[in-house]
Unconditional design. Structure first.
Length: 478
């Protein structure tokens, strides 16, 4: 049995399950709730679950109930137990990627949902990955024209090719954050930037602080390193400061602009307070600005960049071409103090040494034309956001659906803690969504689901009635 990469306490497991009791035998209801959590991604494979005795105490049920539930899940292939290793979640044999399914944690969020096959081609409202901008072909054509000038080199630019580092630095400077190329590290996507930062600052037994909820892939690197992840409410700088004092984290990760998944934008006052906190305590604070380009409402003001004047050595920002131009362009970057950049470059070389040159050259062209490309991208996403909001409000009037000012997703409030069950039930209806607990370190947000509006309008129109049917099934207890 592979080693567990995550462990849930009895209390966290109880919070994740929420109101799991339904009609029929209690052990079957508990087994169904745990299975739904695995299928929805909120209880990922290789998570060590509490012992039968511990979970029984946390849920205030008999050990017979938890024993029966675990036995049922082992029979179905969702749990594996070994003496000395405990009990961990797993996916049944044959439940990996298949036609019409997406693998766990592929891209923006976990979407694998083995079990009943969808009756229709699934519409993916889980992945926040827009289709490619029409300028992408021209950008790669321009990159191919320039590529021969690099063929005489070894092809490894550990920090990134100079034209791209300069283009990224110029873009920061134009936004009011004076930046030199020496402050830029090019990575293979923003996800790698998060991973490299975590490896550089968080070790076994050390702590990272994140917002709760937060970007799914910000949770895993620290856990895999044996670190501890502490969540604080989005935008609550007082609780953040308290967590920094109490937990003494090595790293803080925040999403200041069009927060993923809530859509919130951090105020200018909060940004300044966070920078002050970083300077006073010496903790490294990372601001993820991958969604900054996607302000959807005309005239909406985006606060000044997270880094402020860019002078603090404790404030790091990351960005990416993936959300602005296309998810298939795996180019991201880190802006940091030059000494931090060099440290990150050394850590990064254990992963992939360098980002492909052709992709970097294409992003140079995309950034050069960004002011021409992005208005069309934003208009397209605005129309899709408005369409999905209207469809969901009409079909599911009991839900609360705030309209985000930017970004790629809606954070819908179901009114009941049934997110995992909905995500699992939606699969055979032909729609994929991500439940709230997948975005939290403690399994909370059980009453929320994230719905992305990056699909084509006809797909959005097809998805919502399917989602409504799945919700009717779950809400009625069928």
């Amino acid at each position: 049995m592979a080693p567990a990469v995550r462990q849930l306490s009895p209390a966290a497991t109880a919070r994740l399950l929420g109101d799991w009791r339904a009609g029929g035998p209690a052990y079957l209801a508990l087994a169904d709730a745990l299975r739904a959590a695995v299928l929805s991604g909120s209880l990922p494979p290789l998570t060590r679950v509490p012992s039968e005795r511990e979970l029984a105490a946390a849920l205030r049920v008999s050990r017979t109930t938890t024993s029966g539930a675990y036995a049922r899940l082992r029979e179905l292939g969702f749990l594996v137990s070994r003496v000395g290793s405990g009990t961990v979640t797993t996916l049944p044999r044959g439940a990996g990627a298949a036609p019409g399914r997406l693998p766990v944690a592929a891209g923006d969020a976990p979407t694998d949902s083995p079990g009943a096959a969808p009756t229709e081609a699934p519409v993916d409202l889980a992945q926040a990955t827009p289709s490619a901008t029409s300028a992408l072909h021209d950008a790669y054509a321009a990159a191919l024209e320039v590529l021969p000038g690099y063929l005489g080199t070894g092809g490894y630019a550990h920090l990134g090719i100079e034209p791209l580092r300069a283009a990224i630095a110029d873009r920061y400077t134009a936004r009011g954050v004076p930046t030199t190329p020496e402050q830029i590290l090019v990575t293979t996507g923003a996800q790698q930037a998060i991973s490299v930062l975590t490896h550089a600052f968080v070790g076994l037994g050390e702590t990272a602080v994140v917002e709760s909820p937060t970007y799914f892939h910000a949770l895993e690197p620290a856990r895999r390193l044996g670190g501890r992840v502490v969540g604080v409410p989005v935008g609550d700088v007082e609780t953040l400061a308290s967590a920094v004092r109490r937990a003494r984290p090595r790293l803080v990760y925040l999403v200041p602009d069009f927060h993923n998944p809530t859509g919130a934008t951090m105020s200018a006052e909060t940004r300044a307070a966070v920078r002050d906190l970083a300077d006073r305590t010496g903790v490294t604070v990372v601001g993820d600005e991958t969604l900054t380009d996607l302000a959807l409402d005309p005239g909406a003001e985006v606060p000044a960049p997270f880094a402020g004047d860019g002078a603090s050595p404790h404030v790091v920002t990351i960005g990416s071409a993936s959300k602005s131009f296309w998810g298939g362009v795996r180019v991201g970057w880190v802006r940091a103090d030059p000494q931090v950049v060099r440290r990150l470059a050394r850590v990064r070389q254990s992963a992939d040494i360098a980002t492909p040159v052709l992709e970097q050259l294409a992003v140079v062209e995309l950034l050069r034309r960004a002011d021409e490309i992005l208005p069309g991208r934003v208009a397209e996403l605005r129309a899709r956001r408005d369409l999905l909001v209207g469809l969901v409000r009409d079909a599911l009037p009991g839900w609360q659906v705030p309209v985000p000012a930017g970004g790629l997703c809606l954070w819908a409030d179901l009114g009941r803690p049934l997110a995992q069950a909905l995500a699992a039930a939606a699969v055979p209806h032909g729609v994929l969504v991500t439940p709230g607990p997948a975005f939290t370190p403690d399994g909370s947000s059980r009453d929320r689901v994230r719905l992305t509006f990056t699909r084509e309008p006809d797909q959005l129109a097809a998805a919502v009635p399917r989602l409504a049917r799945a919700w009717a099934q779950v809400a009625s207890g069928r």
